[in-house]
Design a protein around this ligand. Structure first.
Ligand SMILES: [Mn+2]
Length: 369
C-alpha cells in the first residue's frame, strides 16, 4: 500500500495586493499559505503517508523572498515519510538559472526531490516501489503540454506504482480559453497507462467529491483560498494506492474563506442578520446590496455597515443599487412646494402606491439631471 498526500497551487509568497486589504489582514493571508503547508505535512505524518506530491505552483513567482523559500523547506523537512516530490508549475517554472530553485535545492535535504526533468523518477532510493513521471513547466505559458516525452519512452522502470505528475489544464475540465496553460487531453493521460495522475493548476478540486475511486487523475485545488473567485475553504487529497485501487479522500485544509452575497433589502436589519449568520473571523465578504431604505436608514447605512463589518475579517460592499424610499417628508424636503414634481409625487404618496411613487420619483430625478 502507498499513501500519498497530494497538494499543489500553494502560491507561497503571494502578496494579496489585488484588493485593498488592511495591512494586518494581508499579512495574515500571506502567513496562512505557509501555515497550511505545515498543517498538511502534519496530516501526512499522522496519516502515515510515505510520499507528498506537490503538483506545481508551490511558489507564486520567481520573485518570492528567500525567507519564503526557506520557510517552505523547513515546513517540508518535518515530513516523517520517505519522500517529498515537488513539480515546478507555471508560476514557479523551472530553468537551470532560476535562483528560486537553486535556493530551494541548496537548502532542502535529500528526501525532497524537484521533478525538473522530463524523465522517469524511480523512488526506490527512497525505499518506495514507485516511479514518478513528471510534466514540469519550463515557462509561464505554453500551448503544448510536456507529456510528449512519455509517449517516446521505450521502457518504463520497474515499480509497482507508476504515477504521473503534471501541471496545466485539461480540455473540458479546467478553463483555458486560449489554451496557454500546457493543455492536456483526458485520453492523452489515460493512454500513458499510468495508474494515477497527480495534477495541479486549477484552484478547485476535481473531481468535486469527498471520496473518489480510480478516477485516473485528480486536481488537488489550492489548499488555502486566495481570493473571491475561490469560494471553497481549501482542499488536498489523501491518495491511497492498494493493488489496483486508487482511493482519493478529500481533506479540508484552509483557514480563510471568501464569500460573495447579494441581498435585496427593505430594511438595514436584513444586512445585520445576514452578517450575523455568516460571522467568522476568517471570512472575507463581498456584499452587493440593492433595494430601498427609509430615509433615516438610508443615511446611516454606511456607519451601520462599517460597524457590522467587524464581525468578519473583511467586508467590501457595493450599495450603488440601493435607493432611498420616497415619503411625503422627503418630497417636501427635496422639491419646492407647489412645483410640478411636488404635486405629482405628493398625490402618488397619498394614493399609497409605493411602487408607482418610487418609479415616478426616479423618473423625475432623471429628468432633473
Ligand atoms: Mn498554475
Amino acid at each position: 500500500m502507498l499513501k500519498v498526500l497530494h497538494t499543489g497551487d500553494l502560491h507561497l509568497g503571494m502578496l494579496h495586493k489585488t484588493r485593498n486589504y488592511p495591512e494586518e489582514l494581508r499579512q495574515q493571508l500571506m502567513d496562512a499559505r505557509i501555515a497550511v503547508l505545515a498543517k498538511m505535512v502534519e496530516t501526512a505524518n499522522s496519516e502515515g503517508c510515505q510520499l507528498i506530491v506537490i503538483a506545481g505552483d508551490l511558489f507564486h513567482s520567481h520573485n518570492v523572498r528567500k525567507e519564503t523559500v526557506l520557510q517552505a523547506v523547513r515546513a517540508l523537512e518535518v515530513f516523517e515519510g520517505a519522500c517529498v516530490a515537488v513539480l515546478p508549475g507555471n508560476h514557479d517554472y523551472y530553468n537551470e538559472m532560476a535562483t528560486l530553485w537553486k535556493t530551494f535545492r541548496e537548502n532542502a535535504s535529500e528526501q525532497i526531490v524537484v521533478l525538473s526533468e522530463q524523465r522517469p523518477y524511480p523512488l526506490c532510493e527512497y525505499g518506495l516501489d514507485a516511479v514518478l513521471y513528471p510534466a514540469p513547466c519550463d515557462r509561464k505559458h505554453s500551448t503544448e503540454n510536456r507529456l510528449a516525452w512519455l509517449t517516446q519512452l521505450e521502457e518504463k522502470p520497474a515499480g509497482q506504482w507508476q504515477l504521473g505528475v503534471a501541471h496545466g489544464t485539461i480540455r473540458g475540465i479546467s478553463p483555458d480559453l486560449d489554451g496557454l496553460y500546457f493543455p492536456m487531453e483526458r485520453d492523452e493521460l489515460a493512454e500513458t497507462g499510468l495508474q494515477h495522475w497527480f495534477l495541479g493548476h486549477t484552484h478547485v478540486r476535481y473531481p468535486d467529491l469527498d471520496m473518489v475511486e480510480n478516477s485516473g487523475f485528480a486536481y488537488c485545488g489550492t489548499p488555502e483560498a486566495d481570493g473571491f473567485d475561490c469560494s471553497h475553504q481549501g482542499y488536498a487529497w489523501l491518495t491511497t494506492l492498494d493493488g489496483e485501487r486508487v482511493v482519493n479522500r478529500s481533506l479540508q485544509t484552509g483557514r480563510f474563506r471568501f464569500a460573495e452575497h447579494t441581498l435585496e433589502i427593505r430594511d438595514l436589519a436584513t444586512v445585520e442578520k445576514q452578517l450575523e449568520e455568516i460571522a467568522a473571523e476568517t471570512l472575507l465578504v463581498k456584499l452587493q446590496v440593492s433595494g430601498r431604505l427609509p430615509q433615516e436608514q438610508y443615511q446611516q447605512r454606511d456607519a451601520s455597515l462599517r460597524q457590522w463589518a467587524e464581525q468578519v475579517a473583511y467586508l467590501e460592499y457595493d450599495d450603488s443599487l440601493l435607493t432611498m424610499e420616497v415619503s411625503s417628508a422627503s418630497i417636501a424636503a427635496e422639491f419646492p412646494q407647489g412645483s410640478f414634481p411636488y404635486l405629482f409625487l405628493t398625490s402618488l404618496a397619498e394614493d399609497g402606491d409605493h411602487d408607482a411613487l418610487q418609479l415616478a420619483y426616479e423618473l423625475v430625478k432623471k429628468v432633473k439631471k
